[in-house]
Design a protein around this ligand. Structure first.
Ligand SMILES: Cc1cc2nc3c(=O)[nH]c(=O)nc-3n(C[C@H](O)[C@H](O)[C@H](O)COP(=O)(O)OP(=O)(O)OC[C@H]3O[C@@H](n4cnc5c(N)ncnc54)[C@H](O)[C@@H]3O)c2cc1C
Length: 310
């Protein structure tokens, strides 16, 4: 295993290498062929300006440290990332939790990034404000690329204030009926910030200032007779279930669920994400998407040195 301590070291390693690498953060989830190139040597916050809602952090920094720092200023990463792992692993997987139904995914909050591509070039994209993107947005290209195009070394985020309070409505619902019920809730004007099904119940979350939360949750509850309000519902089980993810359309979730063997299931994102102990099914890609991915790989990693398919 290699554990470089700087971006320059990573660039030197890649430039001089004849063998492929597998990039790892805290190795929570995925490993693959190649020499492990661990990023935890690149750790620490480079810049945090709470008043500007801006955070710049090295890619190997543990997520728990970042969350603790933001919480000390009453702020957070709005997309509800995993509770463990590194910043680089989170961005590489575009890992985003329940609140993505309201605010978007990790990609929507990345405003800049530095990375080393498969030829050992250091690439900088974006910056520290939201409006500065011209040309290709390479920082967002890296979100969800799974380490196939480069080793992230530093990422800049827009962060958001924590809400004053939250309320979760809980309603006993059979699994097969949950996607339709959650879609109905997400279609209301009451700004639902989480729509999940777990342990036989649909959970619908509302966040904001106390008066607003009370008003909005009362109106939402009126649409779902039998729902009870729980101000202390713990969403961490949805956020960090440790289960595999299947992405689908909520309207197709019931059919996908029917095709799965028995086992633990949690639904997130109104049924668009199925968390299951069974291996995720490969998502078919259109020829256009395949061509785009192959083109990016050829451009940023022409010698196929980074995160080869197993
Ligand atoms: C809400 C949520 C959503 C999630 N979504 C997914 C998902 O969609 N798919 C999935 O597989 N896992 C997903 N996970 C699991 C997720 O990968 C881990 O929880 C965590 O983010 C990984 O952190 P890590 O540092 O341990 O990364 P690792 O497990 O070490 O690596 C994860 C992936 O990121 C790459 N990587 C790591 N660091 C870098 C870097 N600096 N530059 C470039 N690439 C890097 C690795 O090569 C690997 O492909 C999710 C978890 C949660 C809780």
């Amino acid at each position: 295993m290699l554990r470089p301590m700087s971006e320059a070291d990573i660039a030197d390693l890649i430039r001089g290498a004849s063998q492929p690498f597998w990039i790892t953060g805290q190795s929570t989830r995925r490993t693959g062929p190649g020499v492990a190139l661990e990023t935890t040597g690149l750790s620490g916050v480079t810049l945090y300006e709470p008043a500007a809602l801006t955070l710049v952090v090295r890619a190997g920094t543990p997520l728990v440290e970042v969350e603790a720092l933001l919480a000390s200023e009453g702020q957070r990463l709005a997309f509800e990332p995993p509770l463990h792992g590194t910043i680089g692993g989170m961005v590489a997987m575009n890992a985003s939790g329940p609140r993505a139904v309201q605010v978007g995914t990790c990609r929507d909050f990345v405003i800049g990034a530095r990375f080393v591509d498969g030829s050992g070039n250091v690439i900088k994209s974006g910056g520290r404000v939201m409006k500065n993107v011209t040309g290709y947005d390479l920082a967002r290209m890296m979100c969800g690329a799974g380490g196939t195009l480069g080793v992230l070394t530093e990422v800049a985020f827009k962060v958001l204030p924590m809400p004053e309070t939250q309320m979760t409505l809980r309603l006993k619902t059979p699994l097969q009926e949950a996607p339709a019920l959650m879609s109905k809730a997400l279609g209301t004007p009451w700004e639902v910030s989480g729509a999940a099904w777990l342990n036989g119940e649909v959970w619908l979350r509302i966040e904001g200032f106390a008066d607003q939360v009370s008003y909005r949750s009362t109106h939402l509850a009126a649409l779902f007779p039998g729902a009870h309000a729980d101000p202390k519902a713990d969403w961490s089980k949805v956020r960090a279930s440790g289960l595999n993810r299947i992405t689908t359309r909520p309207s197709q979730a019931a059919a996908v669920l029917a095709s799965l063997p028995e086992g633990e299931v949690i639904l997130d994102h109104g049924g668009a994400t199925i968390l299951t102990e069974h291996p995720a099914l490969p998502v078919p890609e259109s020829p256009a998407v395949q061509a785009l991915k192959a083109g990016l790989k050829a451009k940023f990693d022409p010698e196929n040195k980074l995160n080869r398919a197993a």
